[in-house]
Design a protein around this ligand. Structure first.
Ligand code: NAD
Length: 499
């Protein structure tokens, strides 16, 4: 690394902050070179950000709903007008193609729009005359300083699953973005400032394990919202809850798509290619296994292969369909699964290592790969590969497919493709997965339904955004009130009963 590369700082109390001098590389994956450096935050940097957030909480939590809502609307308008600018930042550090980067921003904007309705969402409940002359009501109050730790694959959308709602409810925020693509969070911090958010409400500390660990045990941090791989999610959940925090930790995935014989195979093939190879398979809701009933599997493999041949892989700034992977190490790790597949007896139908790429020679390229007849004992089937490798597993029928899906360690997303409403209804009822698509391959719920998986895909009992988000970022207070009335009175040491 050369010292003249730009350095991405933290953002604390409304201004860039340099802090400690540990630095990490930020690549441009389509060029395959280090383009910037990022500060790797120290415990002292986290302390500074949390202190700023704590100070800002004192006034932001007391700011009226009307004023908080105005800031949210202003942020929404600014972001909506500048999607292209942010998409370019995402593409330059993540590698996903520009249209896909714009797509993740649009899904993040949905959560901002949901949070604009905070006046309705933050309402408590009121029970008049719960007892004679007594009213009972509940209030939703913000938690305080909330920590958000995000993965590399959605540098805009994932933090935005959390912070618009947290901020709208009166909390203050410290975001720890992925160190692989940190610039989007800094850009969003400046946008918040432009929208009129008081300094200190939204802070960013860049970094790695050291910054995460400091947030997890900081006494002034009330909650942690984490998204990343399963082992780290489990670690974060256990460490954060042990430190007395409210924690939601979303983990990894291995999403199956069950194809019944009556499905529209052209729709299935389009969906499998889109959901398997979009964002180079680096999506937690990517389809990585197509579970095809035997009678249609050959025809489906043929249709998927035809479509794969039309994909243009290359620099996301050049109008390609699919970009590079995030790092060279990750590309090599994903590519190694192709050899593993052959060694385990699977059929490699399309080997993505042999493709042509419209980009710099050193880019972290790996083309779409299709592997048929994958044994379920193979690591290709059991591991979360997180790359453009689509597996086909053949089953005799619905029951075998369902049992396979339900036996998996993860339970993030799944889909069924069929024209049989009865089969689809059975599937939605019987499948042990948190998000289900019916003829929809990537069933990411809209902002007013919550996002989250089951099993090893979510630690904690609260999903992201929607009403779960409102619950997670508030504490409820129940008030029982009686105003002076001449009919009351008298001493009674018994437990209060309602009359
Ligand atoms: P990751 O687990 O490597 O990193 C996630 C975050 O944890 C980053 O901010 C990183 O800096 C931090 N981190 C990494 N190692 C750590 C450690 N040892 N101790 C403490 N913190 C650590 O994940 P990633 O590679 O950035 O993202 C890909 C993963 O995220 C995949 O497993 C994917 O399925 C998952 N993901 C899940 C969802 C979901 O909604 N369930 C959404 C997006 C991504």
């Amino acid at each position: 690394m050369t010292s003249d590369l730009p350095v991405i700082d933290h953002w604390i109390a409304g201004a860039p902050s340099a802090g400690g001098d540990r630095l990490g590389p930020v690549f441009d994956p389509a060029l395959g070179e280090v383009a910037k450096q990022v500060r790797l935050g120290t415990t002292a940097d986290v302390d500074a950000a949390v202190a700023a957030a704590k100070e800002a909480f004192a006034s932001w939590s007391q700011t009226s709903i009307a004023k908080r809502t105005q800031v949210l609307f202003a942020f929404r308008e600014l972001l909506n007008a500048r999607v292209g600018e942010l998409a370019e930042i995402v593409t330059s550090e993540h590698g996903k193609v520009l249209s896909d980067a714009a797509g993740e921003i649009a899904r993040g904007l949905e959560v901002v729009e949901f949070a604009c309705g905070i006046a309705q969402l933050q309402k408590g409940a009121y029970s008049e005359q719960a007892s004679t002359g007594v009213d009972v009501y509940s209030l939703r109050q913000p938690l305080g300083v909330v920590g958000i730790i995000s993965p590399f694959n959605f540098p805009v959308m994932v933090p935005m699953w959390f912070f618009p709602i947290a901020i709208a409810l009166g909390n203050t925020v410290v975001v720890k973005p992925s160190e692989k693509d940190p610039s989007a969070s800094l850009w969003l911090a400046r946008l918040w400032q432009e929208a009129g958010l008081p300094d200190g409400v939204f802070n960013v500390v860049n970094g790695d394990k050291e910054a995460v660990d400091a947030l997890l045990v900081h006494p002034d941090v009330s909650s942690i919202s984490f998204v990343g791989s399963t082992p780290i999610a489990q670690y974060v959940y256990e460490t954060g809850t042990r430190a007395g925090k409210r924690v939601q930790a979303l983990g990894g995935a291995k999403n199956h798509m069950l194809v019944l014989p009556d499905a529209d195979l052209d729709l299935v093939a389009d969906s499998a290619v889109n959901a398997g190879f979009g964002s180079a398979g680096e999506r937690c809701m990517a389809i990585s296994v197509v579970v095809a009933v035997d009678s249609v599997a050959d025809a489906l493999v043929e249709k998927v292969t035809e479509r794969m041949a039309t994909l243009r892989i290359g620099d996301g700034r050049r109008g390609c369909d699919m970009g590079p992977l995030i790092t060279r190490e990750h590309r090599d790790k994903v590519a190694a699964y192709v050899d593993q597949a052959s060694a385990d007896g699977a059929t490699v139908v399309v080997d993505g290592r042999k493709g042509e790429f419209d980009g710099a020679a050193d880019g972290f390229w790996l083309g779409p790969t299709l592997v048929d007849r994958v044994p379920t004992s193979s690591a290709v089937y059991t591991d979360e590969i997180f790359g453009p490798v689509l597996s086909i597993v053949r089953v005799a029928g619905y029951e075998e497919g369902l049992a396979l899906i339900n036996s998996g360690a993860f339970g993030n997303g799944t889909a069924i493709f069929t024209n049989d409403g009865g089969a689809a209804r059975r599937f939605q009822h019987e499948v042990e997965v948190g998000m289900v698509g019916i003829n929809v391959p990537i069933p990411v719920p809209v902002a007013y339904h919550s996002f989250g998986g089951w099993k090893q895909s979510l630690f904690g009992d609260t999903k992201a955004y929607g009403t779960h988000g409102v619950d997670f970022f508030t504490r409820e207070k129940a008030v029982t009130a009686r105003w002076l009335d001449p009919s009351h009175g008298g001493i009674n040491l018994g437990f209060p009963q309602n009359s």
